[in-house]
Design a protein around this ligand. Structure first.
Ligand code: GYE
Length: 324
């Protein structure tokens, strides 16, 4: 009986080696698997961001496992946990909000899975929970928006300029830094101040609602500038303004961030004055960082992607076509 079993095992071994089977290689994937957790689908900016990352990773030969949390952080954490359970080779997170990441990132670390953060930043008490952050300088975007406003009103330094700031979602780095950058720049002109703040959470409908209420409450009456943290919110605000007949002839200076195609068209037809670009095409930078990491390179703490600004003070015909 013993002999039979030994012979059987031997036969199995010969058969498997003949098939080129190597148990040691059993777990080695031909292409590394990258788990990509995206925050939501709230804007065409976000959709372009998703496509860029998925496509560029695939172009470099990585297999991408993709999950979208539809703006729900609990769900996003579950998504990351599922990547850990699957034992992916790397996790790329485009986080919804800044806090709440410590525990799940510790889990990834324990499992030996490196993490890259893209777009919005995160805050963790412990350091070393992720390799690098790749995204925009949100503060620079706020500075650029502020500079446009300062230049626009530079002729008359005594004129009081009232700004309505339409902010994105709370507890997110673009909201905090777009505010800080703007305030830093306009702060050099004592006559320009933010007199009203509304929150539209980066969502068009929400922005339309808060704007319509503000119009109703008379809050907009002495506003000269609308500074909106995102194009989707600007579109919502414009819808509300359109529905208010009394506003139509008022000269409101409008500054928006993202540079989606629709907003550039509104810049070209004179509806808005300045559009600060937020570049969604981070895919190449992400794929490059992943490749370099697997090649044994050390990655920088932050990678800032190139961005510019478009306004009615520049050449509108030279704006490159937007594909988002
Ligand atoms: O500006 C906005 C999107 O996180 C920087 O999120 C991103 C922002 C972007 O919904 O349109």
């Amino acid at each position: 009986m013993k002999k039979k079993i030994i012979l059987l095992l031997l036969g199995l071994f010969i058969f498997l080696s003949g098939c080129g089977y190597n148990p040691a290689q059993d777990h080695v994937q031909t292409e590394p698997v990258i788990g990509f957790s995206q925050a939501g689908i709230e804007s065409s900016w976000r959709k372009a961001h998703t496509t860029s990352i998925r496509e560029e990773l695939q172009k470099k030969g990585f297999q991408v496992l993709y999950k979208n949390s539809y703006s729900n952080q609990k769900r996003q954490i579950q998504d990351v946990l599922s990547f850990i359970a699957y034992q992916v080779d790397m996790i790329v997170i485009s986080p919804i909000q800044e806090d709440g990441w410590e525990t799940v990132l510790e889990e990834a670390k324990k499992a030996g899975i490196p993490v890259i953060i893209v777009d919005r930043n995160i805050q963790t008490e412990k350091s070393g929970l992720y390799l690098t952050h790749i995204g925009s300088s949100f503060k620079a975007q706020g500075n650029r928006a502020g500079l446009y406003v300062a230049n626009y009103f530079s002729e008359d330094k005594d004129q009081q300029v009232n700004v309505l700031e339409l902010q994105g979602a709370e507890n997110t780095s673009p909201t905090t830094l777009r505010h800080n950058g703007f305030v830093e720049t306009i702060g050099r002109n004592k006559n320009i101040t933010i007199t009203q703040t509304l929150r539209g959470d980066y969502i068009r409908l929400k922005a339309k609602e808060v704007m319509a209420k503000a119009i109703n409450d008379g809050i907009l009456d002495d506003i000269d500038v609308l500074y909106s943290h995102s194009d989707e919110m600007t579109l919502g605000a414009l819808e509300a303004l359109k529905e208010d007949e009394t506003r139509l002839d008022k000269n409101l200076v409008i500054v928006s961030i993202d540079a989606q195609k629709e907003m550039i068209d509104l810049l070209k037809n004179g509806t808005v004055n300045c559009v600060v670009e937020c570049n969604p095409f981070m895919g190449w930078y992400v794929a490059n960082a992943v490749t370099r990491y697997f090649n044994g390179d050390k990655l920088p703490e932050d990678v800032y992607i190139p961005e510019t600004v478009f306004s009615d003070q520049g050449n509108l015909d030279s704006i490159p076509p937007r594909n988002y």
